[in-house]
Design a protein around this ligand. Structure first.
Ligand SMILES: NC(=O)c1ccc[n+]([C@@H]2O[C@H](COP(=O)([O-])OP(=O)(O)OC[C@H]3O[C@@H](n4cnc5c(N)ncnc54)[C@H](OP(=O)(O)O)[C@@H]3O)[C@@H](O)[C@H]2O)c1
Length: 338
């Protein structure tokens, strides 16, 4: 079916010669305005390729006609699928149909459309929540579908598993060079800082900013502070995805992370230090801790010659400065229009 035949910071050892060259390619970044998509646009600006983008106003990726029309107009050689309905536990629990349906539709339309329009290489983005709730830690790619999922985000996880399986199926049946990357928790510029729906790092940064404005003596941290989590700076992820496009072509999904973890309590202290907040932490133990540990095994990625280059402390400091800048401009604009 497919018409086409059917490749400083980051490298730890000299990677093999690239198996796929991005130079001169037309690269569509689906979801270019999101946390990951915007980091990819920043990273690809350093490559000799043409970056293609189209907003939701141009194409709703849940609609097959929109996607087919987009392929006809963009004619990409490479696709990075960073578009998805993403959200925290509350949103997943409140809108299971949206999280399952939208992510299934987006994956199916973009992946099938890529195969039918002869795209040379596609990278599908899943997430570490595809792995079983009780997977042995650190979590190896082989743990996929070996035990039950975390119930609070299974709708989203099932759609992501379907997407990576679709990539495998197109590779097996039609020889499509479609790969899948499973990033750990991400943070950085362009994240969602709305306290009610944000992930832990932007959520705590927003709480610290408010505490500093209100001169509050403490900030509230959900849970006991004991769970351990892994966090990857989003610009490092973008660098890893470019590395995978160049150096990875195989069926299994590949984990992307730092390989190191931190307790939520230590994370919160690191955030306070980065912001220069001298107040204390108030742990609200009536709130859920979630699973006590979630660390990816990234030995396969390291074997391909890539390692994360930004420390958690540096990543948080950069994100804090970006947030203040973005927030001040929001406050500033609000004041101007008021
Ligand atoms: N954030 C994390 O911690 C994390 C961790 C692991 C994996 N990931 C994966 O990374 C990918 C990107 O996540 P993210 O954090 O960058 O999410 P995000 O910031 O919410 O960005 C998602 C993007 O997808 C676009 N989009 C959503 N539905 C669409 C539709 N129907 N039609 C067209 N565009 C649509 C959004 O467009 P608008 O700008 O118009 O809203 C947005 O630009 C996802 O596949 C996610 O699974 C994220």
């Amino acid at each position: 079916m497919p018409t086409g035949s059917l490749s400083s910071a980051g490298c730890s050892k000299m990677p093999e010669a690239p198996i796929f060259d991005l130079a001169g390619k037309r690269v569509w970044v689906a979801g270019h305005r999101g946390l990951v998509g915007s980091a990819l646009v920043r990273r690809l600006a350093r490559e000799r390729c043409e970056v293609l983008t189209a907003g939701r106003d141009v194409a709703d990726l849940r609609r097959r006609d929109d996607v087919d029309a987009l392929y006809a107009s963009l004619r990409p050689d490479v696709v990075i699928l960073a578009a998805a309905r993403v959200g925290g536990i509350l949103a997943n629990n409140s809108f299971p149909v949206d999280f399952l349906h939208d992510n299934l539709a987006i994956a199916n339309n973009v992946i099938a459309g890529a195969a039918e329009s002869g795209v040379e290489k596609l990278l599908f983005l899943g997430s570490s929540c595809i792995y079983p709730r009780e997977a042995p830690q650190p979590i190896r790619e082989e743990a996929l579908l070996s035990a039950p999922l975390e119930p609070t985000n299974e709708w989203y996880a099932v759609a992501k598993i379907a997407g990576l399986k679709l990539c495998q199926a197109y590779r097996r049946q039609y020889g499509c060079d479609f790969i899948s990357a499973m990033p750990t928790n991400l943070y950085g510029p362009g994240d969602n800082f709305d306290i009610a729906s944000a992930h832990v790092i932007p959520g705590l940064l927003a709480k610290v900013r408010k505490a500093m404005e209100d001169d509050a003596r403490t900030i509230e941290v959900w849970g006991t502070g004991r769970p351990r989590r892994e966090f990857l700076y989003v610009d490092d992820l973008a660098d890893a995805l470019v590395h995978l496009l160049r150096h990875y072509s195989d069926e299994p999904p590949i984990n992307v992370g730092t390989g190191s973890e931190v307790t939520i309590a230590d994370l919160a202290w690191t955030i306070c230090e980065a912001a220069g907040y001298s107040g204390g932490l108030q742990f609200d133990t009536s709130r859920p801790d979630g699973t006590m540990r979630k660390l990816l095994d990234v030995s396969r990625l390291h074997g391909l010659g890539w390692r994360a280059g930004t420390s958690l402390r540096d990543g948080i400091a950069r994100t804090w400065l970006w947030y203040l800048d973005a927030h001040d401009s929001v406050v500033r604009d609000a004041r101007v229009t008021a």
